[in-house]
Design a protein around this ligand. Structure first.
Ligand code: HEM
Ligand SMILES: [Cu+2]
Length: 621
């Protein structure tokens, strides 16, 4: 990691020197801040990757040197050391993703608390309008980055374990895909020192073409971040298709793997579009190519089409894995089979597919061709069908189950309830006449926070608490978990519903101040307090996870009575997951069905959760 940073600094210096020299040779004014920093920003991540060692094996291989796969912590270094450097183990990479994601989320959340405090009262308090714009823009994109990291973390840690594989298909590529996110995040944060940017997270042209130079860092940072999505998804697709345990047909895969598979298909095929749209803005700014400026013969709507062709499907990248966690955990805590397994598996694919056909619902008010509005309205409504399938299946799963409610189950249930708000606020936005009123209002802000919290944040914490004993070998504190849950859920309900209401009453999004005549101040006070409540709830949750890693009681082998094979392994999971391969002989979710067996270890040992004494304490099933 320190070597990576040094490499990054060298990359910057090289880029700056190279640009200045080239310009001088071409007879131009040698120093041009924007072009020098832009070239430097392209060099810097490469410097970082070289420094951190993500390219070492490949370069040596090109040179004809034998490069065996690396296992275990680096020689003569303490075990924790491997988490700070390039590593090829999927569990280490998964944890690296998760911790980076949480840190990035902390930065984004802190920014939100700053501008939420500013918005609490009418009039300007302590932020200049352009600082406010930078803060909201950065909050948006940083949170998206943190979600992508969180998704990458869950997928990397869990998919090989759930499939019965010992690692991902391409371990080096996996490490590369993680480490490229670090310089990307640094680039995005660096934009603050170059005037920030004021376009919101969407970076709409032509504003993004005209604004201050900080925007280059955001766009180039996201451009590199995209490589992580694309390369990570290749790895997950190949692992899923090629490395399943014997007997694990596609329809016997854990449902979370289906969700990640659908997500990966989107990541593999859509990410290029946002990369392209941002690259075009950078080229237009620096080389004067007229893609989007009308004066130069460009078309500003083109940017929005390219941007949303990724960014709508991207919202399913955020939520599909989370909904997968909900479907994965609900049967465990209901002691009942997952209702309609095949339908859920296919609904993830259907959502991924339909997600490509709806992007222009973000552009109803943008002045695109009128005739396009109606088809996009209908396709958007169609997404409700596969999403509805999931809701019915969840209801069918808990119906007459023997439910029990440790912290992960609380978060699972809250995911469903909160995602429902997100889902129900969608159709009014998808309906053209109502959207023309609601567009760019706080209603939209309420809508997408509910979808992202319900679809990612709550399931992410559910997954963290649920697999915590597996990852750390210890148990978290149940009481603190409940407090975290209570603060986050109550805070979130109050915040998002108030946001939606404020939007209906005329509160616009992305403005630093609002008209006293709207009488919105009380609502803003409520939203700010609710926002801080969520923030402190999450802090308590993180405190719980950090402290329990040292002081928590040693976890039982299979504390939830799960049928899934990773619970047959010691916790934390050994370097090479499964010492003996197992065979899948039945249905993954046959909870409570007499005689139903999912996996059989090679020694003839059945994966029966009831063998574990800790499970005897669970409700009968
Ligand atoms: C029933 C399902 C949904 C429908 C019908 C729907 C519809 C819409 C529409 C029409 C807009 C544009 C509103 C406007 O700007 O005027 C919108 C905005 C948005 N939606 Fe959804 N949505 C749904 C689910 C989701 C999900 C699952 C997510 C993400 C996890 C999501 C994330 C967003 C985001 C981020 C925006 C705001 C984009 C911006 O910054 O302008 N939506 N939604
Ligand atoms: Cu959308």
């Amino acid at each position: 990691m320190p070597r990576g940073l040094v490499g990054m600094a060298i990359g910057f210096i090289l880029g700056l020197v190279l640009t200045t020299t080239l310009r001088a040779l071409l007879g131009l004014e040698p120093w041009d801040a924007e072009s020098a920093w832009v070239i430097a920003a392209f060099f810097a991540p490469i410097g970082f990757l070289l420094g951190v060692g993500a390219l070492t094996d490949w370069l040596r291989w090109v040179g004809g040197v034998h490069t065996p796969e690396q296992h275990g912590p680096p020689a003569r270094k303490p075990a924790w050391f491997r988490y700070f450097g390039f590593d090829q183990n999927h569990k280490v990479i998964g944890i690296q993703y998760i911790i980076t994601g949480i840190l990035v989320m902390g930065v984004g959340g802190t920014l939100a608390m700053i501008f939420r405090t500013e918005l609490m009262f009418e009039g300007l308090q302590f932020l200049r309008p352009d600082t406010f714009n930078t803060l909201i823009s950065m909050h948006g994109i940083i949170m998206i980055a943190s979600i992508l990291l969180g998704v990458g973390g869950m997928a990397n840690y869990l998919v090989p374990l759930l499939l019965g594989a010992n690692d991902m298909a391409f371990p080096r590529l996996n490490g590369f895909a993680f480490w490229i996110t670090v310089p990307s995040a640094i680039l995005i944060l660096m934009s603050i020192f170059f005037g920030g940017w004021d376009t919101g997270w969407t970076g709409y042209a032509p504003l993004s073409v005209r604004t201050v130079m900080g925007i280059n860092f955001f766009m180039i940072g996201m451009f590199f971040f995209g490589f992580s999505s694309i390369l990570g998804s290749i790895n997950l697709i190949v692992t899923t298709l090629r490395m399943r345990a014997p007997g694990m047909t596609l329809f016997r895969m854990p449902i979370f793997v289906w969700a990640v598979f659908a997500t990966s298909l989107i990541q593999l095929t859509a990410t290029q579009f946002i990369g392209l749209s941002f690259l075009m803005v950078v080229l237009e700014r620096n080389l004067g190519m007229g893609f989007f400026e009308t004066a130069a013969g460009g078309n500003p709507i083109l940017f929005q089409h390219l941007f949303w062709f990724y960014s709508h499907p991207a919202v399913y990248i955020f939520i599909l894995p989370g909904l997968g966690v909900v479907s994965e955990l609900l049967p465990v805590f209901s002691r009942k089979p997952l209702f309609g397994y095949k339908w859920i598996a296919l609904s993830s694919l259907a959502i991924a597919l339909l997600g490509f056909l709806v992007w222009a619902h973000h552009m109803f008010a943008a002045g695109m061709a009128d005739a396009l509005r109606l088809p996009f309205m209908y396709t958007t409504m169609l997404v409700a069908v596969p999403t509805g399938v999931k809701f019915f299946s969840w209801l069918g799963t808990v119906w007459r189950g023997k439910l029990f409610f440790p912290t992960p189950m609380l978060f699972v249930l809250a995911s469903i309830a909160v995602f429902l708000i997100g889902g129900l606020t969608g159709p009014p936005l998808a309906t053209v006449p109502t959207d023309l009123h609601l567009h760019d209002s706080y209603f939209v802000v309420g809508h997408f926070h509910a979808t992202m919290f319900g679809g990612f944040v709550f399931p992410f914490f559910a997954a963290l608490y649920y697999w915590y004993p597996k990852i750390s070998g210890r148990m978290y504190n149940e009481r603190l978990g409940q407090i975290h849950f209570g603060l986050q859920t109550a805070g979130f309900y109050i915040m998002s519903l108030t946001m939606a209401r404020a939007g209906l009453l005329g509160m616009r999004r992305r403005i630093v101040d609002y008209d006293p005549a709207l009488h919105l101040q009380t609502m803003h006070i409520i939203m700010t307090i609710a926002g801080f409540t969520i923030f402190f709830g999450v802090l308590i949750g993180l405190y719980n996870l950090v402290m329990s890693a040292r002081r928590g009681p040693v976890a039982a082998m299979n504390p939830w009575g799960s049928r899934s094979p990773e619970w047959l392994l010691p916790s934390p999971v050994p370097e090479h997951n499964y010492p003996e391969p197992f065979e899948v002989v039945g249905d993954p979710y046959g909870y409570g069905l007499p005689g139903s067996v999912y996996v059989r270890m090679n020694g003839g040992h059945h994966a029966e959760p009831a063998h574990d004494p800790a499970v005897a304490a669970l409700p009968a099933r």
